[in-house]
Design a protein around this ligand. Sequence first.
Ligand code: SF4
Length: 348
Amino acid sequence: MEKQIISKLLNWYEISKRDLPWRLLQKDNLPNPYYVFVSEYMLQQTTVSTVKTRFEEFIKVWPTLKDLAKTTEPKILKFWSGLGYYSRARNILKAAKIIDKNFNCKVPDQYEDLISLPGIGDYTAKAILGIGYNQSVMPLDANIERIFARLYAFNKPLIKIKKQLSNKADLYLSKKNSSNLIQSFMDYGSLICTPRNPNCSICKIQKYCLGYEKKMQNIIPIKIKKQKLKPKKYTRAYVLINEKEEILVRKRPSKGMLASMLEVPNDLWVEKKNLLKKDDLIKKINQKFHRKETLLYSFSHFDLNTDIFYLKVVRKNFPQQKWLNVSKFANSQLPTVMKKIVEKSLMN
Ligand code: SF4
């Protein structure tokens, strides 16, 4: 049955594949491994539709791995604005520098080499090997796991059946067509065997699908009950603006959330509001701040509740500080949460 599924999916892929910029085929009929490498970093935690445009912009700025390896962290962090999960930007840059130095500027084609790079785990390593180098592997992303779970009617949450899924993945290793097969599974999960309401009526592999036979296609993958509420953190942010319409900014600590990025002054983020302690710089200011809005911003693991304060100041009273012109903050290196704080503070 697996052989038939592979052949049906490859045929379907030939005519129905998604047009994605990182799939551009080279002379060897495979996508450029550097493109696959970049797209896989971007696709961690971000949807294909968002990545599509940002990928093209990325390749315009850094067309080759050599170009990327030469860039700096502030430049890539600025580019990454809006994509979130900034650790990916730092990791792709570190990885590019390592590849430039240790692998002759060629994206490695060995699992052990790839997995040793920052930000590359089992899935990404296999995606690069399979899609970029046509090696016989099967990376298990959410689409592929869902298709396997339905095909074999696994009626437990995906997180509890990792071993079974990986055993099934071994039945779908292709020596000749690995790149296309992996991408056909990915596209099939995105276009036909979708997370909700799969299109079983037009499915090419319906007759092999145990989930469909048992009428379980709409409940597989089984959901994990009771999602925990995200914890909350609290802070206060202070937007200081001078007579030249500049905002006081500074660099965040080199470790922790949004490490080394720009910020407006804000109190240490705490789990209870009554634990808030005024930032050292703000303590020294003897003027009354105006209370603006509150911003609720959602990070992956917690929500940040920020009370925003605003104050007009005189630049010469802050000789050591860095300033950012108001007209430039939208395109600056401020991370999205800080941009939103500034935005709210400027509203009447
Ligand atoms: S029959 Fe339905 S559930 Fe089964 S593989 Fe096809 S689309 Fe997915």
